[in-house]
Design a protein around this ligand. Structure first.
Ligand code: ATP
Ligand code: MG
Length: 257
């Protein structure tokens, strides 16, 4: 089957910088096979997500969506892309416009894709808010009236209101406290089960990765050093960099330590 998203020998260097931050990366995202991108800070994870979103253009190589090369100039393709691929970023404080009500924020993808108007979006917005565990009257309120965890739910409601196939998420739970983190991970798992959503997720938290993603790709200095079934990659790493990454996870001392 054609992958939903594909990076084919993609490299990327920031302008004016000789050293590439992403180097010769090939990865595929298949429907229903959520993919985690892990690696140390600066490894290039956010840059890879931006390449997958078409926000950054590869210096060489190709990004494909449903088998077609992602070209910002191809309006019909980009419309299908925005309908099929949505994103959630790390910081639930800065990603929501403080001057707009939650209802208008969540309705935005529906309006910009021409699926609903401001007047008809109500029921789908209410359903999306309900799905993420927020009351329907949340639509009338402003972002500052919510906690960090609730704002991340708003961001997830906005990203899933048009029922995309793929959700790209950059550290979606890292700004949240432990309890809220568990709740948001459970919510993402529910969306996977109920909407058939496929996640592409960056996370430093390997337990979050293990509970949400079937596959894991490990990045070191812009290169994929290993990729495969998450349980295998994290449980029996083939590459020494992955071993170090797994071993660096802080653990609470157990009764026998
Ligand atoms: N706008 C920019 N201009 C120049 N270099 C950049 C820019 N943004 C990021 N970089 C560099 O690109 C590399 C990869 O950055 P990236 O943000 O993709 O890392 P990351 O894996 O997401 O890290 P983190 O886990 O800290 O979020 C880093 O060396 C960074 O310094
Ligand atoms: Mg990053």
């Amino acid at each position: 089957m054609t992958p939903v998203l594909e990076l084919d020998r993609v490299s990327f260097a920031y302008r004016g910088s000789a050293a590439p931050v992403v180097e010769d990366v090939s990865l595929t995202v298949a429907d229903g096979q959520s993919l985690a991108l892990v690696g140390e800070s600066g490894a290039g994870k956010t840059t890879l997500l931006r390449l997958l979103l078409g926000l950054t253009r590869p210096t060489s190589g190709t990004v494909r969506f449903g088998g077609d090369e992602l070209r910002l100039g191809d309006r019909e393709l980009m419309r299908r892309f925005r309908r099929g691929v949505q994103c959630v970023f790390q910081d639930p404080y800065s990603s929501l416009d403080p001057r707009r009500r939650i209802g208008s924020i969540v309705a935005e993808p529906l309006r910009s894709l021409g699926l609903e108007t401001r007047h008809t979006a109500g029921p789908r917005v209410a359903a999306a808010l309900e799905r993420v565990g927020l009351p329907a009257d949340a639509a009338e309120r402003y972002p500052h009236e919510f906690s960090g965890g609730q704002r991340q739910r708003v961001a997830i409601a906005r990203a899933t209101v048009c029922e995309p196939r793929v959700l790209l998420a950059d550290e979606p739970v890292s700004a949240l406290d432990v309890t809220t983190r568990v709740a948001v991970v459970e919510l993402l798992n529910e969306l996977k089960r109920e909407q058939g959503l496929t996640l592409v997720m960056v996370s430093h938290d390997l337990s979050v990765v293990a509970s949400l993603c079937e596959r894991t790709a490990v990045l070191e200095n812009g290169r994929v050093v290993e990729e495969g079934d998450t349980a295998r990659v994290l449980g029996a790493p083939a590459h020494p960099y992955t071993t170090r990454l797994v071993e660096s996870v802080p653990r609470l001392p157990g009764p026998r330590d």
